[in-house]
Design a protein around this ligand. Structure first.
Ligand code: NDP
Length: 330
């Protein structure tokens, strides 16, 4: 098996040299274990938090031990009653080509007719996060005007489409020309945050939706949050899903200077961690699965080829290189 480790807990933006590729012979399967040939690996922004050496809502990675992350693959050997050779499965032993783990930690892929890697993106954790943030946290209603930052990423690209299907004006904030184009091709008004300060971004958002927003789906933080706060309607709800602009910061920076807008607009702002909502996953699949299978939801992917490029795929999340879900194909 070949697998990646990290050799320290970096401050600031990590470099490629943080990651080391190792090779080790796997022991024979113990009773209850399975061996899996991974076919797709997920890299996700939350992994940066696990590289900081501190426990947040999840424990840090261990230096020198195989990194973890979502992966899909095929069972190639099994000593578990429920899992047979050839089964397609999902599990958390990613960042490696061959995984060996207890069958209890492995789940068969749900039976919806979609490509298997969709279970790492639009029908996996990021998709579930978009759906939960909009419906359960922001309590979106039909006709709401919705603003989404990080709008063309894995989470954002589903959030904007789910919001758009319910009728109001949907505005997406993103970085690159390619992303703005993708958003516009789906009827989403697209606004770039690049080269704009909070005042300029506020103005651009007001131009895109003069009425203001009922819901803000937050993936980024920083100037996006500050501008969004200026454009809330009375009674707006903010779902705080992520703040990726801060994940590589070396020290905590001050929050936006206009938090009083929460008071002025009688708004509610709520953070959430998707693991707390996982009981709802079957409900999400039931609702969104068919829309993905029949093409009503477009999911776009950015794919890196080969295990050795997993760190590059991960690091490029912080440069905005991905439109839709960032994946590694083995
Ligand atoms: P994305 O697919 O959106 O990838 C990250 C994107 O973030 C990049 O493509 C880039 O897009 C943008 N970005 C990166 N750095 C910056 C920056 N400094 N300023 C502004 N934008 C930046 O990732 P995901 O969809 O997987 O995750 C989106 C957010 O949701 C993250 O904040 C993540 O932590 C959070 N999340 C939270 C969960 C929860 O349980 N609460 C679960 C899953 C995700 P661009 O080109 O537009 O800059």
């Amino acid at each position: 098996s070949r697998y990646f480790t990290i050799n320290g807990f970096p401050q600031g933006t990590p470099g490629r040299e943080l990651f080391e590729l190792h090779e080790a012979e796997l022991p024979a399967l113990a009773e209850g274990e399975v061996r899996i040939r991974n076919t797709w690996l997920s890299v996700d922004p939350y992994m940066r938090g696990r590289m900081s050496g501190v426990t947040t809502y999840i424990a840090p990675f261990t230096i020198g031990e195989p990194l973890e992350g979502a992966a899909v693959g095929e069972v190639i050997e099994s000593r578990h009653a429920r899992l047979a050779v050839g089964d397609k499965v999902r599990h958390m032993a990613g960042w490696r080509d061959i995984a060996q783990l207890p069958g209890e930690e492995v789940e068969p892929l749900p039976g919806i007719e979609v490509p298997e890697q969709a279970y790492l993106g639009v029908l996996g954790m990021p998709g579930m996060t978009a759906w939960t943030g909009l419906n359960r946290i922001a309590e979106m209603k039909d006709g709401d005007n919705v603003l989404v930052s990080g709008a063309a990423g894995a989470v954002g690209s589903l959030a904007v489409q789910l919001a758009k299907a319910r009728g109001g004006t949907v505005v997406g904030i993103a970085g690159s020309a390619e992303k703005l184009e993708w958003l516009e091709s789906h009827g989403i008004k697209a606004v770039s945050y690049r080269d704009r300060d909070a005042a300029q971004l506020t103005e651009a958002l007001q131009g895109a939706c003069p009425e203001g927003f009922d819901v803000y789906y937050e993936n980024v933080g920083g100037t996006c949050l500050e501008a969004a706060l200026n454009t809330l309607k009375v009674g707006a709800r903010i779902a705080v899903c992520g703040m990726i602009a801060r994940y590589n910061e070396e020290s905590a920076s001050a929050g936006p200077g206009n938090l009083a807008m929460i008071l002025i607009r009688r708004a509610r702002m709520q953070g959430f961690i998707i693991f707390d909502h996982w009981n709802d996953y079957p409900r999400f699949l039931e609702e969104v699965g068919p829309l993905v299978a029949n093409g009503e939801i477009d999911y776009t992917e950015t794919i890196e080829e080969g295990l050795e490029h997993t760190p590059d795929a991960f690091l490029s999340l912080f440069k905005g290189a991905n439109t839709g879900k960032m994946l590694v194909r083995l």
